[in-house]
Design a protein around this ligand. Structure first.
Ligand code: NAD
Length: 367
């Protein structure tokens, strides 16, 4: 569930409706807060996207960018269209119209990026129609974009997990971990955890879960997923229904697929010491607090999955691929530690501590 954003001390500063009669583009840009820099956040194209949803997503970007200590505020945008029901040409015209509509605000107070049904080709179209390539990140390599295949977000998720593991006095080479969603974020997080010796015991995708308490072979699972389309085709483990991934006893659980994998009906069956959120909103903020009260350490999404936006920042300043991992490691490790130390000191959840830190940064206080 998205955060419900009321008009408060943070934002939203501007909500801009865009409409183009020729292409029938209808969209919305929400600039939540620009205290630290232009509002940064992706653009999604879905038939159901609405202003409330975009407001919630823009607020999440305000927290994420402030917590990553980037010179970006928070923003998000949405185009109301069903990309499955329009032709490629119609989609291109709509994206180009959106790019032109951003001329007054991007990159001064808004910088766009890919999100649902908006990938690097759409970023090319948006940037070319707009005229200033700085209006968005996530562009293709030939436009100096930084490729998704680098695995920036999964790398960052693993970095924040390392800090959480150490915070609990555990050793990476003695823990087990599970991953919901063996896609871009999930595979890279699993790769870096496996490299540090953690035992990978379960993974899921849209077809189900593969579970082996003695450990899955990461390279073999990657081949199976690549060649046969699903982790459930891996031959050395038990296949379970998809939602069971959240109930497997493990030291570390990494949600890296859809929202609300932990919900009212399964929240009491979760058996993990640490949940490090690669996916956005894998549980509501309220359930996250309940997990904290039960002694589960949850690293919130906007802290753990900041690797993607840190990579976008590097793209926005024309930085190079070699700078991506060192900067993600530096920022994610530092900020996860800061959050966990404050949470421990004050006896509050990691999420509450992170929001406190983000608010202080936005309001100009030191931390
Ligand atoms: P992806 O499409 O590469 O991978 C998603 C994976 O989830 C796929 O393996 C898919 O099979 C699996 N999946 C789909 N439905 C499922 C289900 N019902 N149960 C279990 N698995 C299911 O996507 P991604 O880029 O890895 O993103 C994953 C999550 O991380 C999303 O919530 C996304 O918003 C978030 N996120 C991604 C990035 C990024 O840079 N990619 C950045 C921040 C947050």
């Amino acid at each position: 569930m998205n955060e419900v954003v009321d008009y408060d001390e943070v934002g939203p500063e501007k909500i801009i409706q865009v409409y183009d009669p020729k292409t029938k583009l209808r969209g919305v840009v929400v600039i939540d807060n620009t205290a630290l820099g232009p509002g940064k956040g992706g653009c999604r194209m879905t038939p159901t996207v609405n202003e409330e949803e975009v407001k919630g997503l823009a607020r999440a970007m305000t927290w994420k960018n402030a917590m990553a200590d980037l010179p970006f505020g928070g923003a998000k945008s949405g185009i109301f269209a069903n990309s499955k029901e329009i032709t490629k040409e119609e989609k291109k015209s709509i994206v180009e119209a959106f790019g032109r509509a951003l001329r007054g605000i991007a990159p001064a107070i808004y910088i766009s990026a890919p999100d649902m049904y908006m990938g690097e080709e759409e970023m090319r179209q948006m940037a070319e129609a707009h005229g200033d390539h700085k209006c968005c990140t996530g562009k293709p390599l030939d436009m100096n974009g930084l490729p998704h295949e680098l695995g920036s977000t999964g790398f960052g998720v693993a970095q924040s997990a390392f800090v959480a593991i150490e915070h609990l006095g555990l050793n990476c080479d003695q823990i087990t971990f599970t991953v919901d969603g063996f896609g871009n974020v999930g595979t890279f997080a699993a790769k870096f955890l496996t490299e540090r010796g953690a035992k990978f015991i379960a993974a899921s995708d849209s077809k189900g879960v593969i579970y082996n308490p003695n450990g899955l072979d990461y390279d073999k699972l990657m081949c199976v997923k690549g060649e046969m389309g699903s982790v459930v085709k891996y031959d050395d483990g038990e296949v379970l229904p998809g939602e069971k991934i959240a109930e497997i006893k493990t030291d570390l659980f990494i949600p890296a697929a859809k929202p609300d994998i932990i919900h009212e009906a399964n929240k009491d069956k979760v058996d993990a010491k640490i949940i490090c959120c690669g996916a956005n909103i894998p549980m509501s903020a309220r359930i996250e607090e309940e997990m904290h009260e039960k002694g589960v350490l949850v690293v919130p999404d906007f802290v753990a999955n900041a690797g993607g936006v840190i990579s976008s920042y590097i793209e926005s300043i024309d930085g190079k691929e070699e700078e991506v991992f060192p900067m993600i490691e530096d920022k994610v490790v530092k900020n996860t530690k800061l959050m966990l130390e404050r949470a421990k000191e004050k006896g509050i959840s990691a999420r509450q501590a992170a929001i406190e830190i983000a608010k202080e940064r936005i309001s100009g206080s030191k931390n």
